[in-house]
Write a protein that binds this ligand. Structure first.
Ligand SMILES: Nc1nc2c(ncn2[C@@H]2O[C@H](COP(=O)(O)OP(=O)(O)OP(=O)(O)O)[C@@H](O)[C@H]2O)c(=O)[nH]1
Length: 560
């Protein structure tokens, strides 16, 4: 964290330095605006508006970077210009003198800043930059590494085999010593640990406690014990474990518990779009949010926002209020005109402190107003809170509640979107229609809950084993639609066939009975079709053929 922090401070120093370098140019522009206003015999709304915006954005940017003196001076200029706008007044000699004196004062501030050590931060910044990352992107880091340690080698082999089907990378250990040595060499993402070993009845949990101490942090761990006894549970709790399972191990439950433990890693970072005509200010806010683990995109021209929205798909938009092309209020109104962005959270980020103006800017239905200069921790928490709420709402509307995959309608929309985006580029797309075999029998024989367990397991296999850019949806009750990207039909066949084989080996349990389940799949390649409908139909036909050919198989559409 310390290195990330110093990295961030270095980037901020760069921004502050570049801002000070640009000051003479900005002040020259303000001077030219004053002269223009001075030469007008009548009130000119455009010229006065430009002057107001120039002072306003100088105030916002300087206060963001902690240059309070400069921000105060620019604020006075902003008020003077605002007064003239309210009364539609011209620059008389006394007003003109006031502007020129102000400009003089701003130039003195500029000279002072040019001599200053810009690396000296204001005190409120430091603590908030210590905030930890909110999440990491699992897809980028590859499959989580799990260490399974149990002195019963058969148990370890069984778990290795079953958990690997879900996409975890497993390393097996049958003694605590080699486990300890390996953890200290390379810490895993999580541990599944037995309690009882030849050394002592709690050697497993004791080892966990020791390695946690040595690492200086808590390894996410699940205890898998042969005995359901108080001493075992207590030692597990003392070793920091919050999940305790008794043998025989049920891999499905273990996989679910591992998913919970690794949840933060599975969560995609929050996506934030910043619209600000000042690139340096946008960059400053972007750094703060990125430091808290968010993914940020910047737009400096409001006219580009709708295009970026389509491609970036943010969870929240931060909008500056005063921009030369249009106001933040107008931009929010334009965004709200697009039906799919009606619920998109929009927050103004502005140095506007006038309550009346803030209130009027909120009328277009924005979520809030954050005033510059921001306190980084407050910016992060208010953005995270609203963006997460948006995610939860969006999830409810677009996801299937049992499996967490896209629901029927969304799957089709997302696939349409991807196909539309790639257009005529040569990206290889493969459509997969996948359906569980004899699933009615599973329900009839083992009950609906057991059937649900199979659906959840299959969705977990798909989520973990396919790439983040692939589209996975639950298309019908026991039918799944998948769009694989950047893959040839041959590679897609290999991939889905391996999943088919692995899935068929997962052992499900009802408590009294054990059973396995299979699926069939049909594949079609976009290279041979011109519409999404044709692509779906071809994969569906190939799936039907796989069923006809005896099920538990993958069939490729004949054109592919
Ligand atoms: N447990 C459970 N079952 C579901 C769910 N949605 C659909 N099903 C069941 O899935 C079964 C689908 O049966 P069929 O369409 O006859 O297909 P099948 O038995 O899988 O046979 P083939 O597809 O021909 O191999 C029905 O029994 C549905 O009740 C669900 O959410 N949970």
């Amino acid at each position: 964290m310390a290195s990330t922090n110093s990295n961030l401070q270095a980037k901020i120093l760069q921004l502050r330095t570049s801002f000070v370098k640009q000051l003479p140019k900005r002040l020259a522009e303000i001077e030219a605006s004053i002269q223009q206003a001075d030469s007008c015999a009548e009130y000119d709304e455009r010229i006065m508006g430009d002057l107001f915006r120039a002072f306003h954005s100088l105030k916002g940017a300087s206060s963001s970077f902690g240059f309070d003196g400069l921000a105060d001076g620019a604020g006075m200029g902003e008020q003077l210009a605002q007064g003239l706008m309210n009364t539609k007044g011209v620059l008389n000699s006394s007003k003109s003198q006031m502007f020129n004196e102000l400009l003089e004062q701003l130039r003195l501030e500029q000279e002072e800043l040019e001599q200053m050590d810009l690396s000296v931060e204001r005190p409120y910044r430091t603590s908030s930059f210590e905030m930890s990352q909110t999440n990491n992107n699992w897809q980028e880091q590859g499959a989580p590494l799990i260490y399974v340690c149990d002195d019963e080698s058969e148990q370890v082999a069984h778990l290795d085999y079953q958990l690997s089907c879900f996409g975890y990378k497993i390393r097996r250990f049958t003694d605590v010593e080699s486990f300890e040595t390996s953890v200290l060499k390379q810490a895993p993402d999580a541990v599944v640990m037995d309690v009882h070993f030849p050394q002592s009845s709690i050697a497993g949990t004791e080892t966990l406690r020791r390695v946690n101490e040595a690492l200086g942090r808590q390894l996410p761990a699940i205890v898998l014990s042969g005995q359901d006894c108080f001493a075992g549970r207590l030692s597990a709790f003392r070793a920091g474990c919050r999940s305790y399972f008794t043998k025989p191990a049920r891999p499905l439950e273990l996989a679910a518990a591992l998913d919970d433990l690794l949840k933060n890693k599975l969560v995609e970072p929050l996506r934030i779009l910043i619209v600000d005509d000042e690139p340096d200010v946008a960059q400053y806010h972007s750094l703060i949010l990125e430091d808290a683990g968010m993914l940020v995109e910047q737009v400096h021209e409001p006219s580009l926002v709708l295009d970026v929205l389509r491609n970036f798909s943010p969870d929240l938009i931060l909008v500056d209020v005063y921009m030369p092309q249009c106001t933040g209020q107008e931009l929010a109104g334009i965004i709200r005109m697009v039906p799919e962005y009606l619920g998109m959270p929009i927050i103004y980020l502005s140095s506007e402190t006038d309550r009346e103006k803030q209130f009027s800017a909120m009328r277009v239905g924005v979520e809030g107003f954050i005033t510059k200069p921001v306190v980084p921790s407050e910016l992060v928490s208010s953005v995270a809170l609203r963006a997460e709420r948006m995610r939860a709402l969006r999830r409810l509307m677009t996801r299937d509640s049992l499996t967490g995959l896209f629901n029927h309608g969304t799957t089709k929309d997302v696939i349409d979107n991807v196909v539309g985006q790639i257009g005529r580029t040569k990206e290889n797309l493969v459509m997969v229609m996948l359906d569980l075999d004899y699933f009615k029998k599973v329900n009839d024989k083992h009950g609906h809950l057991a059937g649900d367990q199979v659906l959840v397991a299959l969705s977990r296999v798909l989520k973990h084993r396919l790439r983040g850019t692939d589209v996975i949806g639950r298309y019908g009750g026991e039918e799944f639609a998948i769009l694989l990207r950047k893959i040839s039909i041959e590679q897609a066949y290999e991939l889905i066939d391996t999943l088919r084989e692995d899935f068929s080996k997962i052992v499900f349990s009802t408590g009294t009975e054990q059973f396995t389940c299979t699926f069939s799949a049909g594949l079609s390649s976009y290279a041979h079709y011109s519409t999404v409908e044709e692509l779906f139909a071809a994969a569906d036909k190939a799936l039907y053929q796989a069923k006809m050919d005896g099920r538990n198989r993958v069939n490729v559409d004949y054109k592919s």
